[in-house]
Design a protein. Structure first.
Length: 538
């Protein structure tokens, strides 16, 4: 009857069955356990703030909190706007024009994503800071001993813009490649100019990509700790970190909750924008027509200059400075033993986090892909909660939790791995869920019909077919966990030095030469999961 009803409604039988099948109790219990663990940091912050309601409200209404709110939101808005402003022309030039070497430019424009924001910020300061390399070059011929200060809002804005604009550029290029040119040709055929066609036809179709990329940039800026610390800009994350030693648990937790509230507001605004976005769909059957390249003509050289300028500041400058400082470091004494120890610790923590996140993602992804319902949806949404929280907030909540509840876990490797899983679990869930949706349910049903239990079917049928998604998710978790800074600073065991902590400690003390080799090692370590993901895509 269920099959007949599904066919009568025109739905695929397999999809109808997946939606109606009740999740096994053991699988649902595992998913709920993962959701509870992910929600633990946010829940504990709510308990801390709620237990001291009057003190928390006083802190939230204080001049310091309001000033931090204004500074952090202003920085997020400025970086998001500038990232969009850079990405719109870059995406158009790389996808829709006859720009010379456009494919090379499209790859180069995405490479700044590999450089963590704190490494990019310290390399920017070492090059263009008041006493940076540029000042040293100008001192001889021009007598300039000191350049204008790069610290503060300006430095944080520039560093974060250069680090985050690829987050907008990537979805924009993808969207531009998928646009059907027939809509634009129809508008031009009715007499619309090129600018008017772009404004009325192309721009509305790009709004979802702009909104998605802008959301990622805003969330990145609100949660960033390394770049704002190196640039000495007092945002929420930096003040929360520096004030944790004041033993004002309620005030610090209140600031963390205000940062969470700002993050939720950003998510809400992006959702409203997405719902209002106008969608243009192709009405004719068949394959989309090939897009015609726009000839730049005399604008070719200005376009090349624009692309070269962006890549020069976002990629060539940090890579060149890193090579310079590495050469100077190798000419002196390099603490190879401490760097090797930090690299080993970073690999260990990231590998454990990747493995734990992959295991935790299995029940969540299975519920989302095979047993759709309210409970499954709640588990899936809960698993994404940690990724929406800034790393400093998750780390601070676990510090509170570890010092007052789980004392035996405080400053242990297990607590650090737990924080990394909370922060980056959605990366593993998303990749595994996508792979599970590509596995035909009838193959699992055939295994069950042969008398095998759910666990045996998963081990012998589902897991081998979805292995690529599981490995891709683990690689993504490893890539982000190995570069995580605030969680490692607050939760690492005593004496457990990591590459990120080593770089932050040396660069904040203006010891740029000592931070060069650890930075190079971190980039090399980060290249391994990127190579795995690239090989999987090929």
């Amino acid at each position: 009857m269920a099959t007949s009803e599904a066919r009568a409604r025109g739905l695929p039988v397999a999809a109808r069955g997946r939606r109606g099948r009740r999740a096994p109790p053991a699988l649902l219990a595992a998913g709920l356990a993962v959701a509870a663990l992910v929600l633990l940091p946010l829940g504990y912050l709510l308990i801390v703030v709620g237990s001291e309601g009057s003190a928390a409200l006083e802190e939230l209404g204080s001049e310091r909190a309001l000033r931090l709110l204004a500074r952090s939101t202003a920085l997020a808005a400025a970086v998001t706007a500038s990232a969009i402003a850079l990405s719109l022309p870059l995406s158009w030039l790389c996808v829709r024009t006859d720009l010379p070497g456009r494919r090379v430019w499209s790859v180069l424009c995405l490479l700044p994503l590999v450089i963590p924001s704190y490494i990019g910020a310290y390399l920017l300061v070492s090059a263009l800071g008041p006493r940076g390399e540029l000042a040293r070059l100008l001192e001889g011929p021009l007598g300039i001993e000191r350049l204008p200060s790069l610290y503060g809002f300006t430095g944080a804005w520039i560093a974060l813009t250069l680090a985050t604009f690829p987050l907008v550029l990537l979805p924009l290029m993808t969207m531009l490649r998928r646009l059907d040119p027939s809509l634009e040709e129809a508008a031009r055929g009715m007499g619309s100019s090129g600018l008017r066609t772009y404004r009325q036809i192309v721009a509305p179709q790009l709004m979802p990509a702009v909104g998605a990329g802008g959301l990622l940039v805003a969330l990145y800026v609100l949660s960033d700790f390394g770049a704002v610390s190196i640039m000495r800009f007092d945002s929420f994350t930096r003040v929360i970190y520096t004030s944790r030693a004041s033993f004002d648990r309620t005030g610090t937790a209140a600031l963390a909750m205000m940062l969470v509230a700002v993050t939720l507001v950003v998510l809400w605004l992006e959702g409203r924008t997405r719902r209002r976005a106008e969608v243009f769909a192709r009405g004719a059957p068949g394959a989309a027509r090939v897009q015609q390249r726009v000839r730049l003509g005399r604008w070719r050289w200005p376009a090349l200059g624009f692309c070269a300028t962006v890549i020069g500041f976002a990629l060539a400058l940090p890579v060149g400075m890193l090579a310079l400082w590495t050469t100077r470091a190798l000419a002196g004494d390099v603490e190879w033993s401490s760097i090797a120890t930090a690299a080993g610790n970073s690999l260990l923590a990231a590998l454990l986090a990747a493995a734990a996140a992959a295991l935790c993602a299995i029940p969540v992804a299975l519920l989302a892909a095979r047993h759709r319902g309210r409970a499954s949806r709640a588990v899936e949404l809960s698993s994404y909660a940690g990724h929406a929280l800034p790393g400093i907030v998750v780390a601070l909540a676990l510090v509170f939790f570890g010092t007052r509840v789980a004392v035996g876990l405080y400053q242990t490797l297990a607590m650090l791995v737990f924080a990394l899983v909370v922060l980056f679990l959605p990366l593993a869930v998303g990749a595994l869920r996508a792979s599970l949706l590509q596995v035909p349910p009838r193959m699992e049903e055939a295994g069950r019909s042969l008398g095998r239990g759910p666990l045996a079917v998963f081990a012998t049928v589902t897991a081998p077919l979805a292995r690529g998604g599981l490995l891709a998710g683990a690689a993504l978790v490893f890539l982000t966990a190995v570069k995580e800074l605030p969680a490692t600073l607050l939760l690492s065991p005593i004496g457990f030095d990591t590459l990120a902590a080593n770089i932050w400690r040396t660069t904040t003390a203006n010891a740029f030469e000592r931070g060069a080799v650890p930075s190079l090692v971190l980039l090399a370590v980060s290249a391994v999961p990127l190579a795995i993901l690239a090989a999987r895509d090929r």
